[in-house]
Write a protein that binds this ligand. Sequence first.
Ligand code: ADP
Ligand code: MG
Length: 245
Amino acid sequence: MNNDAVRLRSVTRRHGSGGTSVTALDQVSLAFPRGTFTAVMGPSGSGKSTLLRCAAGLDRPTSGSVTLGDTELTGLNETELTLLRRARVGFVFQAFNLLPALTAEQNVALPLRLAGRRPKKARVREVLEEVGLADRARHRPTELSGGQQQRVALARALITRPEVLFGDEPTGALDSRTGRAVLALLRGMVDRDGRTVVMVTHDPVAASCADRVVFLVDGRAGGELIGAPAGDIAARMTGLEAAPC
Ligand code: ADP
Ligand code: MG
């Protein structure tokens, strides 16, 4: 068993072809060790979402390889990749993407239903408790605040006990206080339960909750900071942003 939850080796992802092609990722090599919390930062368009999508098996690299645990994703066919995503990877987005007609507990149980498994009531309750929403199990998304909806999305991502939880700007749509509560949850999942979390964020304070911040610049790995305070992270980001004038 290797120590990395996910590893990317020289991953390149190109969109389109010929003169109009865009290189979203350019030979990126990165590892996300088990039981760690990594933040991914970089200017808009630097390839952060593409990196997460390739790492989670939602997108395929043009070249290079991605391994989840000991599984090489590039060798899998579409069906195998779909099964792997359902069982072994959790993903939360900036938009919570809950189904409005379903209650919180039905949303949380959905990944198991899609996998043809019968969700156990106790397990659904357990993950809702983990995100502090056991008392909202019967509420529909419109009856929940943004922060509560994102916590339902987190519970839904956790129900299958994924090896890695990916978040693409999971606090991006939340006010700062609500965002902090979600970050505290993510931090706790790593510290208490030894989970592996990889999160894209624009916010240096959010990134400072992670063990490590990796930077992307024009689709390339642009260095990292370990255990850095928000001020240092903000200064590094300012250095990466192109001057607008
Ligand atoms: P970020 O999340 O850092 O803002 P993205 O990974 O979304 O960056 O995008 C990186 C680059 O790839 C951008 O130039 C973007 O326009 C381009 N890109 C992303 N997805 C597609 C796509 N499906 N088709 C064409 N270009 C894309
Ligand atoms: Mg993005």
